[in-house]
Design a binder for this molecule. Structure first.
Ligand SMILES: NC(=O)c1ccc[n+]([C@@H]2O[C@H](COP(=O)([O-])OP(=O)(O)OC[C@H]3O[C@@H](n4cnc5c(N)ncnc54)[C@H](O)[C@@H]3O)[C@@H](O)[C@H]2O)c1
Length: 372
């Protein structure tokens, strides 16, 4: 193990507590927690046995009161508060592990990236698929060319249950879609050029929050003519479901066909003669005891890897694997899909640029955000 880190954690709802517990089990220390809502601080202190540490109800106060003792901060507050809560830590040069997405809206996301710049050693984003062993194995198989040229990708993310009553979401596509939008960009190493979507209310779904629907289909194409689809819902009644299918000219790659929850995660590479390639492999989810959020068995190992890698980058001054730049791209993608779904499936053309001003002006011209 490397250095023992002293962490601050701001935002201690469902996932904030998961992060606390992971880094504690990895041998690191929580020296301060905070949340805009004091009831959340008190609940976290009690559940995580953190009675005697410093607490705060404002991120700026936490920077003033505890940044000097911190090696890093984890921010897992409401999405709408991410930029506001992260900025003071970035300014104080504290490395930030920030939950997805960057912000609620695209304008604020661009403003935030403009404010902190493009450096890739400031923030790691909690898009845990980039640290997930089965998905990383699939990416290596894809990059080895075994399925030939990619024709089609389909990424599925289906929750079993609605979010908790405390949750805030600007929309199902924005909130859930960001995970698989980033996954698709990661697998394809390509940014979409056209996006359209629909969002639906299916039978018998009751949520404590209104996020415009419970099921969505996002379709997209890429400049190299790959056809893509993101399937999102909160209604998979038999368990949390994450699947990826990639169809190539010489084979098919399938990750995570539903096989029980928790259960095995199969990475299956099917050749053109209909048989399975020997590099296919199965992984196991975590089998946890007690109460836990529904997504934890599937991504527990990915979160743990993400935290390990985060600390490694902090110690070695390398670049984080997933940064404000990657999540900004995923946000542009899901913003187009969200707006399309609001607009009867209107097709949105999108393009990314390294130059932030050019990128922003192109998003404005594509009606993805308003002018200043
Ligand atoms: N990477 C992932 O897989 C993943 C999973 C879940 C959430 N998230 C992200 O993490 C962020 C937080 O999500 P969450 O699931 O923790 O939401 P949450 O609703 O549990 O917590 C969000 C906020 O709600 C309030 N809250 C929570 N519990 C409370 C309590 N007992 N009493 C009073 N107030 C309470 C707090 O202000 C807390 O910061 C969001 O941005 C979300 O997008 C990421």
């Amino acid at each position: 193990m490397g250095k023992r880190f002293n962490y601050g954690v701001y935002g201690v709802g469902r996932i904030g507590k998961v992060h606390v517990s992971i880094v504690q089990k990895q041998g690191h220390k929580i020296i301060a927690i905070g949340d805009d809502v004091q009831a959340a601080v008190l609940a976290a202190q009690e559940e995580l046995d953190l009675a005697s540490i410093k607490t705060f109800n404002n991120a700026e106060d936490m920077v003033r009161g505890a940044a000097h003792e911190m090696d890093a901060v984890i921010i897992a507050s409401h999405t709408k508060d991410h930029a506001k809560d992260a900025l003071p830590f970035v300014k104080a040069e504290i490395p930030v592990y920030l939950e997805k997405p960057l912000t609620d809206g695209l304008k604020e996301a661009f403003d935030f990236v403009e404010a902190i710049g493009r450096d890739e050693n400031l923030i790691q984003i909690g898009l845990q698929r980039r640290f997930d062993p089965p998905l990383l194995h699939a990416k290596a198989l894809l990059d080895s060319g075994l399925i030939g040229a990619i024709r089609e990708i389909r990424c599925i993310l289906r929750d079993q249950y609605p979010p908790p009553p405390t949750y805030s979401s600007r929309g199902l596509i924005i909130d859930m879609g960001i995970h698989v939008a980033d996954e698709a960009i990661f697998f394809l190493s390509e940014f979409p050029n056209e996006v359209w979507a629909s969002v639906h209310h299916t039978k018998g779904y009751n949520s404590p929050i209104d996020e415009g629907g419970d099921t969505a289909f996002v379709t997209f194409t890429t400049p190299s003519n790959i056809l893509g689809r993101l399937d999102l819902s909160r209604t998979h009644s038999s368990g949390y479901n994450n699947e990826t299918y990639i169809i190539g000219t010489e084979g098919t790659l399938q990750v995570g066909r539903f096989a029980g929850y928790p259960g095995p995660i199969y990475v299956e590479l099917w050749k053109s003669d209909g048989t399975q390639h020997s590099s296919s492999k199965s992984f196991e989810m975590s089998y946890l005891k007690g109460d836990y959020p529904e997504f934890l068995p599937r991504f527990d190992k990915a979160y743990r890897n993400a935290h390990r890698q985060f600390r490694d980058v902090v110690e070695t001054s390398k670049s984080f694997a997933v940064t404000q730049n990657h999540v900004l791209d995923a946000q542009v993608f899901v913003e187009a899909a969200h707006r399309s779904a609001q607009d009867n499936g209107l097709h949105y053309k999108i393009r990314r640029f390294d130059d932030l001003q050019q990128y922003k002006m192109t998003c404005i011209a594509s009606n993805l955000m308003d002018c200043d």
